[in-house]
Write a protein that binds this ligand. Structure first.
Ligand code: SAH
Ligand code: DHB
Ligand code: MG
Length: 228
């Protein structure tokens, strides 16, 4: 994907660091995972620590035992969520880049979390179909964070793999405000807007969007719940 300019702001970074130090401190395993991602030259697009902690709090709030993540990268967000699981809880995380999946496997192993996580290699749409075909799920929380042009498809799969009460989180829906550009040729924007239109028209979903600023700039996520 082409590099894009991001709005960054020193106050947002200071505030992220202030709250992060208080409520989302990173221990040696999370720090090592972040470093390993850089050493392996993975794109520095993993969730921030406050966003990771948000995912963990959502896992705890929903008492999720089965979590589905679409887009693993180096497993950083996976680690935050895995640590919020109750005993016996599991995460299935989908990744098509074998190099990313291998870094994630090592990071999760190093953190002692690999027993709770299954990394499925392959294109996410194929893995999602396989999950349904094998009767996996329903999942209690689904985090969508892979290629943005496929977000409409991922939302449809989330509905199939969820149940009433399932929480659905979609990352990166604001993108510096680009989402409002209705005529944008950017495939990420097109995918996000189509996904939002599906969501808005879907009576089985109740959704909101949380705009977000911090060390990653200006972005946001969808928080949704399946009603039926
Ligand atoms: N959730 C991670 C970041 C994910 S980045 C975190 O916050 O730590 C998005 C990931 O999705 C990348 O690793 C990319 O390789 C993967 N991806 C992109 N398109 C995909 C596809 N079609 N199927 C599966 N994974 C995909
Ligand atoms: C990108 C992807 C992400 O999931 C993210 O959180 C930030 C940036 C990207 O593809 O640029
Ligand atoms: Mg993301």
């Amino acid at each position: 994907m082409a590099p894009r300019e991001r709005t960054r702001n020193p106050v947002w970074t200071d505030v992220d660091n202030y709250f992060g130090d208080l409520v989302a401190p990173v221990d040696s395993a999370l720090e090592a995972a972040w470093q390993a991602n850089r050493e392996a030259d993975l794109p520095a697009i993993e969730v921030s620590r406050l966003q990771g902690k948000l995912l963990q709090v959502l896992v705890q709030m929903t008492q999720a035992r089965r979590v589905l993540e679409i887009g693993t990268l180096g497993g950083y967000s996976t680690m935050w969520m895995a640590r919020g699981l109750p005993h016996g809880g599991r995460i299935v995380t989908l990744e098509f880049n074998p190099r990313h999946a291998e870094v994630a496997r090592k990071n999760l192993e190093n953190a002692g979390l690999l027993d709770r996580v299954e990394i499925r290699l392959g294109r996410a749409v194929k893995s999602l179909a396989a999950l349904q075909a094998t009767g996996a799920g329903p999942f209690d929380l689904i985090f969508i964070d892979a290629d943005k042009p496929s977000n409409p498809q991922y939302l449809k799969w989330a509905l199939k793999l969820g149940r009433p009460g399932t929480a659905i989180v979609v990352d990166n829906v604001v993108r510096d405000g680009k989402v409002t550009e209705a005529a944008s040729p950017d495939a990420d924007v097109v995918g996000t807007r189509r996904m939002m239109e599906l969501m808005a028209a879907e009576p089985r979903l109740s959704a909101t969007v949380v705009q977000n600023v911090g060390v990653k700039g200006y972005d946001g996520f969808v928080l949704a719940v399946m009603l039926s």
